[in-house]
Ligand binder design. Structure first.
Ligand code: ARG
Ligand code: ZN
Ligand code: CA
Length: 277
């Protein structure tokens, strides 16, 4: 059913850190990709986009003893980063401290993508995913930074909807160079319908976003423009600062206008419950 990033893909990346395999968000299948594109184009004329939308985040922190105790200041910083990143898509994120949940559970704490633990935890902790962004944190199976569900999967499996984050990847965590909160932004990007900028490599239409230059593989670390040699078209540069690439957190600072447009389209198509919250 789901297609996962396989290790082969990463074998070509040369050196990778402890978190080099950090992505567990599934790769959409060709059929899913086509269906989404088809729905976007057939709905376009009939839809009006919002001018401003406020999204309420529900934090659910799975802990294991003293591990995973995310603080209020970390939540606030994570929300600030989401607000900066998605301002151009006219989104505003908010949350309420009184709705934050902590639960101590060892097997949930170490949950993997697609695991029984994930489904159990989400069944108990998740709140109405049509209206809220469920934001889970935990220790996760080793090596993962996080994963997200796509908008087109909401109606078929509302329980699993949301983002799951390595606790130490939140701002101030230990997962350097992935501890400034950009994994949160990246996963919320998936949750809003964005693919990796390197999706599909140089074949087809890549990430289905016109103003992110296609590139053959993920970029890692802090690549300089003159080292970003994997753009598919000569003369273009890989989007080395894009949130949907794999560079270090401190290197991530960009969403393009077409990515912002796609986010709005995806909300109007698959996440309309957010509009009535
Ligand atoms: N690899 C993870 C995913 O695709 C997240 C990568 C986040 N990268 C980062 N620099 N924070 O779901
Ligand atoms: Zn990803
Ligand atoms: Ca592109």
């Amino acid at each position: 059913m789901a297609f996962f990033i396989n290790d082969k893909e990463f074998e070509n990346q040369g050196e990778f850190t402890k978190y080099g395999r950090g992505c567990a968000t599934k790769i959409p299948t060709p059929i899913e990709i086509l269906r989404v594109d088809e729905e976007i184009s057939s709905n376009k004329s009939r839809r009006s986009l919002f001018s401003q939308l406020s999204i309420e985040v529900r934090f659910h922190h799975v802990t294991y003893g003293a591990k995973g105790l995310i603080t209020k200041s970390q939540r606030k910083k994570q929300i600030d980063l989401l607000n900066q990143a998605f301002a151009g898509a006219n989104l505003k994120f908010k949350y309420s401290e009184s709705k934050v949940q902590f639960i101590d559970n060892q097997s949930w704490y170490f949950m993997g993508h697609g695991s029984a633990a994930e489904r159990e935890a989400k069944t108990l902790l998740g709140t109405d995913s049509k209206r809220y962004l469920n934001f889970y944190t935990g220790g996760l199976v080793s090596g993962l930074l996080g994963w997200a569900t796509f908008p087109f999967d909401l109606s078929g499996d509302p329980i699993l909807d949301g983002v799951v984050m390595l606790d130490e990847s939140l701002p101030g965590g230990d997962a350097a160079p992935y501890n400034l909160g950009m994994t949160g932004v990246h996963e919320v990007g998936h949750w809003l319908g964005l693919y990796h900028t390197f999706q599909g490599g140089c074949d087809g239409i890549g990430d289905h976003v016109h103003d992110t230059p296609a590139h053959s593989a993920a970029n890692y670390g802090k690549p300089q423009l003159d080292q970003a040699h994997n753009a598919c078209i000569v003369g273009e540069n890989a989007p080395i600062n894009n949130y949907m690439n794999y560079v270090d957190d401190e290197w991530m600072n960009e969403l393009t206008p077409e990515q912002e447009a796609r986010v709005k389209e995806q909300i109007m198509m698959y996440r309309t419950g957010l509009l009535n919250t």
